[in-house]
Ligand binder design. Structure first.
Ligand code: AMP
Ligand code: MN
Ligand code: MN
Length: 328
């Protein structure tokens, strides 16, 4: 992590002093990535800025209810010149994917994130690993700089924080997180309505995927490690799209006795996407994923590993079981 952390005042000043801003976040975006991008984009638009909001995948179908979702697009094929390039919620720069490549030049790079593994790339860097969501950091930034915060911005921030905290359940959810949620509700959002749109509007396909994943479920290390896997063939048969599996790993984590949950997904490019969750500080999945070239948080991390499906599963499970058995 970068030794020096920029202040909100410095970052706020950079926003005020520049005009063309590109906002980006990581590939395979989640609610924190997309909600944070839109919230900051809307805020800067209200400050009169020319704002581009890009994500490699564009807006996901399941988050298309986010206010002003239409402002978020795939990055342009022709690289652009901007004044500020802003990376949100993105642990390593290359996880910006094609969005990162769409910047031809920027006067300043700003990196705002909460991943402990973030090396601190960029000119102005604000990384707070204690924050449960990038959306929470953005609230503090907007609040401290007295930047605009209307209902559209509030709803985007709420979804960012709600999804990254597992609906305000994970241990990094603090009193401050609830205070911020309270502030956002005060702005006027309807908790029931936004939660229903976020958690009770999945396509049936997602449950069909869960049914197939449960068929592959296994428990190792005396029940401490649970895993399931999705191969390319099954994914094609079900017609699943990448966003369908967000959160399914929580079913494994929710089992009594399970310390670490692992989800393996075979990718078309010869790599395997690995998603990991931990229920104990003694099993740091970010450290495990970093060994395999990935990263994330202590209790939620991921990696993309080259190799055959069977071989990667074996290698990763061996490592996770070893650590789970030794430390718990
Ligand atoms: P996921 O399992 O995809 O929900 O990711 C869990 C956490 O790990 C997220 O905070 C991601 O940003 C991070 N993460 C996932 N995959 C990678 C990767 N390949 N490299 C670095 N961080 C990752
Ligand atoms: Mn994220
Ligand atoms: Mn996040």
């Amino acid at each position: 992590m970068s030794a020096s952390r920029s202040s909100f005042a410095e970052i706020g000043r950079a926003f005020c002093q520049h005009h063309r801003v590109a906002i980006m976040s990581h590939v395979r975006p989640d609610g924190d990535a997309l909600g944070s991008e839109l919230a900051l984009g809307l805020c800067l638009q209200q400050l009169g800025k020319e704002v581009h909001i890009w994500n490699e995948e564009g807006m996901l179908e399941k988050y298309s209810f986010l206010p002003r979702a239409e402002l978020l697009s795939k990055p342009p094929a022709v690289p652009q010149d901007v004044d500020l390039a802003v990376a949100l919620d993105t642990a390593i720069q290359n996880r910006l994917g094609t969005a990162g490549q769409a910047i031809r030049s920027a006067k300043l790079w700003i990196n705002i994130d909460h991943h402990v593994s973030n090396p601190g790339y960029g000119d102005l860097v604000y990384i707070d690993p204690s924050a449960p969501a990038t959306g929470q950091i953005l609230f503090e930034l907007i609040n401290s700089q007295k930047f605009p915060l209307d209902q559209d911005i509030a709803e985007n921030l709420f979804v960012a924080i709600s999804t990254d905290t597992g609906s305000f359940q994970y241990p990094n959810t603090t009193a401050r997180t609830f205070e911020i949620a309270g502030e956002l509700v005060h702005v006027g959002l309807n908790v029931g309505e936004i939660s229903r749109k976020t958690y009770e509007n999945y396509p049936r396909r997602r449950l069909e995927l869960l049914r197939e994943l449960l068929r592959t479920m296994r428990f190792d290390a005396d029940g401490r490690v649970a895993s399931f896997a999705l191969d390319l063939k099954t994914a094609a048969e079900l017609g699943v799209i990448p966003e369908d599996n967000e959160g399914l790993i929580d079913h494994l984590r929710a089992v009594r006795g399970v310390i670490a949950a692992v989800f393996f997904e075979e990718l078309a490019d010869g790599k395997v996407r690995v998603s990991m969750r931990s229920k104990s500080d003694a099993v740091d999945v970010s450290a495990i994923c970093q060994k395999f070239g990935g990263g994330g948080h202590k209790l939620a991390a991921g990696a993309r590993i080259r190799g055959t499906f069977a071989e990667v599963r074996e290698r990763v499970l061996e490592e996770v079981c070893d650590i789970a058995k030794r430390n718990t």
